[in-house]
Design a binder for this molecule. Structure first.
Ligand code: 6GU
Length: 250
């Protein structure tokens, strides 16, 4: 998968060199290219923002640097896959976008080329969205109902969530199935390791008993109970009406 990122703070994306995604880059599974938007601002001060048309607070990102940066990325995608249809998807992180979740991560993991356009200030001149929507696929995506200063942290979160679903990035594919939000949409069960006793807190005995059927049943009950407590909105309909603790009493 090729991922291009355009930002005025390319240093944010150094974090993606660490751990899992760094290895995926080294293995050639993820081709991450970070571009400094200011390289496409050609005035003396490399200015990327200006005052909003119509007045108001804050600054708006000028369209020209975005146009040059994105044109360059789209042209290189076409050059590198001559004859093929590269069809990149441009994502603009925005609190006004569709909310990102595990389902969206799974869908986006099938893309061959993603481009993240990280806005700052009050946003990007809207003609940039219009231009690239007319020429290809564009999505505005939010990572939740709160406000960040720019799209960088949101892009890193999305790239990590998507990148780990690209085949080969996570060593044991089974570990992708047994986790929160996957499989049946329930949260994950709590995990323990050695020592069996720590500060008078014990690992639940069922996990040390070696009976795998009991362990599986206990873990499933934990997932349902945890989801009921923390995220009842995620519970499948057939589990919603059940009384608390029914499983524990079995
Ligand atoms: Cl994608 N961008 C910004 N600036 N703030 C956000 C967001 C994105 N998602 C939630 N808050």
């Amino acid at each position: 998968m090729r991922i291009d990122v355009v930002s005025i703070f390319p240093g944010y994306f150094d974090a993606l060199e660490l751990s899992l995604l760094g290895k995926a880059k080294d293995k050639g599974l993820i081709d991450l290219r970070v571009h400094d938007l200011r390289d496409h601002a050609h005035d003396k001060h490399r200015k990327v923002d200006d005052t909003p048309a119509g007045g108001g607070a804050g600054m708006v990102m000028k369209p020209e640097p975005w146009g040059e940066a994105l044109d360059g990325i789209l042209a290189s995608a076409a050059d590198e896959a001559p004859g093929a249809d590269p069809d990149p998807l441009i994502i603009f992180p925005s609190p006004a976008g569709d909310v990102f979740n595990q389902r969206m991560a799974r869908e986006l993991a099938h893309e061959s080329h993603l481009v993240f356009g990280c806005g700052r200030y009050e946003g990007i001149d809207h003609r940039v969205f219009d231009e690239y929507s007319a020429r290809g696929r564009v999505r505005l995506v939010s990572i939740g109902d709160y406000v960040l200063n720019g799209g960088e942290v949101a892009s890193i979160a999305m790239i990590e969530a998507i990148g780990r679903l690209v085949p080969g990035v996570v060593g044991n594919p089974l570990s992708l199935v047994e986790e929160s939000h996957e499989e049946d949409g329930l949260l994950e069960y709590p995990s323990y390791t050695k020592p069996a006793s720590w500060r008078d807190r014990e690992v639940p005995p069922v996990l040390l008993g070696g009976n795998h059927a009991h362990i599986e049943k206990w873990r499933h009950e934990q997932r349902i109970e945890r989801t009921r407590q923390v995220r009842p909105d995620l519970l499948p309909r057939e589990l919603r009406g059940e009384s608390r603790g029914r499983h524990a009493a079995d």
